[in-house]
Design a protein around this ligand. Structure first.
Ligand code: NAP
Length: 292
C-alpha cells in the first residue's frame, strides 16, 4: 500500500479524496488538517511529514479568496507559492511525489478566446490569485520532477469550500429559497467541476508515474448564469434568474471571460474520467439528497 499525506483533508476537495480513495486499497491516506499541519510553518511541516514518510504528498491547501487577494496579496503568496516551494524542496530531498492544485484563472489575458485551453497553451492570468497559483505551478516544476500539477475549475463538493465560504450550488439554492430571484453573470464561461469526480480521476492518475501538468475539469462548458438555471431546473425551483454582466458586479478582481480547459493530456493517456458538468450536477444534488 502506498502512503499519501493529504494536506487540507477537511476541505472541499480533500473530503472527497478521503472518501473516494478509502474505497480502493492501493493508497493509505493520512488526513492532515490545519490542526496537524500549517504549511507556512516549515519546521513543523518537515517534522510531521518526516514522521509519516509518505510516497506522495497531496497539497490541497490554498489561500483563494480571489477578491481579498487584490487588496492584500501577501497571505496568498505565502500559502500558494512560498509554502509550496518549501514543500517541493522537502519532497525532492526525500524522493516523495508531490501533487499541487492550480486553477483555470491562470488564463484570461486572451479576451477573445473561444476555444478550450490545453496544457500546451501559454498561461496569462488577469488576477493576483491567478498569478500566485501560476507561480505555485512554476516553483513546483522547478524544484521537484516527480510532481502532478492539476488545474481545476469552479469546484463544488458536499462540504463546500472552506476557504471561500461555501460553493456556488449551495449559494444559488439558498438565495433562490430566500429571495425567489437571483442575478448571475453570463459573461464568464468555464466548466464547474464536482470534486468527487476529480477525486475519482486523481485515483487513476496517482497510480501512474505520468508526472506533469494536467487539466482536470468536467466536460462541456457554461456560463455561471447557465449553471444557475440548470440548478433551479433540476431542483424544480421557481426562481427568477436574470443574466447580468461582470461589470455590474464591479468586483475587485478580474475574472477570465472564457477559461474552459480541455483535459488534453488525460485524454491522450486514456486517463480522462471526467464527466459532463450536467451529469455531475445531478450526481451532486443526489448525493446531497436534494434529488432522489
Ligand atoms: N474552489 C474552487 O472553485 C477552486 C477552483 C480552482 C482551483 N482550486 C484549487 O483547488 C484546491 C482545493 O480547493 P478547495 O475548494 O477544496 O479548497 P478548500 O475547501 O478551501 O480547502 C482547502 C484546505 O486547505 C487547508 N489550508 C488552508 N491553508 C492551509 C495551510 N496554511 N496549511 C495547511 N492547510 C491549509 C484548509 O484548512 P482550514 O479550512 O482549516 O483553513 C482547507 O481544509 C486549492 O488549491 C484551490 O486553489 C479551487
Amino acid at each position: 500500500m502506498k502512503k499519501i499525506a493529504l494536506i487540507g483533508a477537511n476541505g472541499q476537495l480533500g473530503t472527497d479524496i478521503v472518501k473516494v480513495f478509502s474505497r480502493d486499497h492501493f493508497f493509505q491516506v493520512i488526513s492532515l488538517t490545519t490542526k496537524e499541519i500549517d504549511i507556512t510553518d516549515e519546521n513543523k511541516t518537515k517534522k510531521v511529514l518526516e514522521e509519516i514518510k509518505p510516497d506522495l504528498v497531496v497539497n490541497t491547501a490554498a489561500f483563494h479568496r480571489v477578491n481579498d487577494i487584490e487588496d492584500n496579496p501577501e497571505p496568498a503568496f505565502l500559502v500558494n507559492v512560498v509554502a509550496e516551494k518549501k514543500l517541493a524542496e522537502l519532497c525532492f530531498k526525500n524522493d516523495w511525489k508531490l501533487a499541487f492544485f492550480s486553477t483555470d484563472y491562470v488564463f484570461g489575458q486572451d479576451g477573445k478566446r473561444k476555444k478550450p485551453y490545453s496544457e500546451e497553451d501559454c498561461p496569462g492570468p488577469i488576477s493576483t490569485y491567478g498569478v500566485s497559483k501560476l507561480a505555485g505551478e512554476y516553483v513546483t516544476r522547478l524544484t521537484t520532477p516527480k510532481h502532478f500539477i492539476l488545474r481545476m475549475c469552479g469546484l463544488f463538493g458536499v462540504v463546500g469550500s472552506l476557504g471561500k465560504g461555501g460553493n456556488f450550488v449551495e449559494m444559488m439554492i439558498k438565495l433562490g429559497k430566500e429571495k425567489g430571484e437571483v442575478r448571475v453573470v453570463n459573461d464568464q464561461i468555464c466548466t464547474p467541476t464536482y470534486t468527487k469526480n476529480v477525486a475519482e480521476n486523481l485515483l487513476a492518475l496517482f497510480k501512474t508515474s505520468h508526472y506533469g501538468l494536467y487539466h482536470m475539469t468536467a466536460e462541456g462548458q457554461c456560463s455561471w448564469y447557465e449553471f444557475a438555471c440548470a440548478i433551479f431546473k433540476l431542483m424544480k425551483m421557481d426562481v427568477r434568474c436574470t443574466p447580468v454582466s461582470s461589470q455590474e458586479y464591479n468586483s475587485r478582481a478580474k475574472y477570465p471571460p472564457y477559461s474552459v480547459l480541455e483535459n488534453a493530456k488525460l485524454k491522450k493517456l486514456g486517463l480522462n474520467k471526467m464527466r459532463d458538468w450536467k451529469e455531475n450536477l445531478t450526481l451532486y444534488l443526489k448525493e446531497k439528497e436534494y434529488l432522489k
